[in-house]
Design a binder for this molecule. Structure first.
Ligand code: PLP
Length: 451
């Protein structure tokens, strides 16, 4: 069948002018297009397809729920799928994170979390606490408050006048910081930068600090040093700042533990989840909060000021329940840890390839940063569009990866992420690495020819 061109199709595509392969089927880590070409889904799309494609149990669960009851509004009714989803999700979350507010996208969960933080301080008589601190590089979503908290110049520049001021704190991004991630740590990697920012703004003005416990695509899966989050927790406690862990990308087992924060032994005040909590079968996200915070609203205004038609949705929650059970029954979080070790070991074989500067990550989350000079870590010129060239070459070779740009200095920086479904096999990892290496050589040749 002929590929639609931008002129023939009525789809407002993500990348205008690009001709997309038409995918007709998915199975495990594999995708098939209408020409019969097979792709290995090396990134689960955007870190979403954690269970793999084509799992009948999840499809059946949402079809059954849609037949029984597709929709009621969360202001009028509760129902079995939301009650079960909340109970099972809360049981997986650390400490006193007990109450679950289901939404659709990660951006919505982040918006709701930041609004809850602000509303909490207003309703407990401290309305001056209104500022949000976030890490740079960092990403929290694309709606305007979530975008304000995101340090992504290429998304934000056009909308700068519409965004709220968010205080930027340098992220613990070891490959590009003063200490290179080794003790004695620089302020970014120790957590001291968080305290300096709170003191600079005035603790009485700061409502919340939001961060990705392990970096997503913004820092290419940078893993903060073991003491980082404990120090940040202490700082937030000292200055009465709510700590929001954005686990939209890293949660639900992606880094080999249920949450990426788990190995740090730290409980945040609020947690956001999304992407993998329904494995891509439906768009589902969640804000998880403790009763001590929500009770302040219960005693005051009586509701979170974040109303969305499709929150607490029966079909989405049923898909969430089925996903959580599937993860548990198939021990997929443990598998993410085990196969993550294999992935990182095999990725080590790419270190000497052209333009590879660093490889990092945890569990089935890996970032490969490309540089012009591995010794100096000099980024490639942005005009070379290397991450994009590489991603296209990988897709041609039959491997889906997730690119990111701009992390090195706000403009330059090229990396690719691997984050396969947790059902990935060792053989599929080997194939992904081989395709990655082939695509890298192709992209390096193309970039060389373009220069
Ligand atoms: C850490 C993090 N938070 C929030 C979001 C926003 O999620 P969504 O794209 O589902 O709105 C993302 C998306 O990539 C993310 O990685």
């Amino acid at each position: 069948m002929a590929q639609p061109t931008a002129g023939e199709s009525h789809v407002f595509y993500r990348k205008l002018g690009r001709r997309y392969p038409r995918i007709v089927r998915g199975e495990g880590c594999q995708l098939f297009d209408d020409t019969g070409k097979r792709y290995l889904d090396g990134s689960g799309g955007a870190f979403v397809a954690n269970l793999g494609h084509g799992v009948p149990e999840i499809a059946d669960a949402l079809a059954t729920q849609a037949r029984r009851l597709a929709y009621v509004n969360g202001t009028a009714f509760t129902h079995e799928p939301v009650e079960t989803f909340a109970a099972e999700l809360a049981a997986l979350c650390p400490g006193d994170l007990d109450l679950v507010y289901p939404l659709g996208s990660g951006s919505e969960a982040v918006e709701a979390a930041l609004k809850l933080a602000r509303q909490y301080w207003v309703e407990t008589g401290r309305p001056s606490k209104r500022k949000v601190l976030s890490l740079v590089p960092g990403y929290h979503g694309n709606t305007l408050l979530a975008l304000s908290a995101s340090a992504r110049a290429h998304y934000t520049t056009c909308f700068r006048d519409w965004l709220v001021d968010v205080v930027r704190v340098p992220a613990p991004y070891a490959y590009r910081c003063a200490c290179a991630g080794r003790a004695p740590f620089c302020p970014a990697c120790s957590g001291e930068a968080v305290e300096s920012a709170i003191l600079h703004e005035g603790p009485d003005t700061v409502a919340a600090f939001i961060g990705e416990p392990v970096g997503g695509s913004s820092t290419g899966a940078s893993v903060p040093q073991p003491g980082y989050w404990r120090r940040v927790r202490e700082i937030c406690d000292r200055h009465q700042v709510l700590l929001v862990a954005d686990e939209v990308l890293t949660g639900a087992g992606r880094t080999g533990t249920w949450s990426a924060l788990e190995p740090y032994g730290v409980v945040p005040d609020l947690m956001t989840l999304g992407k993998g909590i329904a494995g891509g079968y439906v768009p589902l996200s969640a804000l998880v909060a403790p009763r001590r915070i929500v009770d302040a609203l219960a005693r005051g205004s009586g509701a979170l000021l974040h109303a969305q038609t499709f929150s607490h949705h029966p079909v989405l929650c049923a898909a969430g329940v089925a996903t959580l059970r599937y993860l548990r029954e198939h021990r997929l979080v443990e598998r993410s840890a085990r196969l993550g070790v294999v992935l990182h070991q095999r990725l080590g074989t790419l270190r000497d390839l052209p333009l590879v500067g660093d490889i990092r990550g945890r569990g089935l989350l890996a970032g490969i940063e490309f540089v012009a000079d591995a010794a100096t870590r000099e980024p490639l010129p942005r005009a070379a569009a290397f991450a994009e060239t590489f991603t296209a070459a990988a897709q041609e070779a039959g491997l889906v990866v997730w690119p990111n740009v701009g992390h090195a200095d706000g403009a330059r920086g090229d990396l690719a992420m691997l984050a396969p479904p947790f059902v990935v096999t060792e053989e599929e990892i080997d194939e992904m690495i081989a395709l990655f290496a082939r695509a890298l050589r192709t992209a390096a040749d193309r970039a060389g020819a373009a220069r």
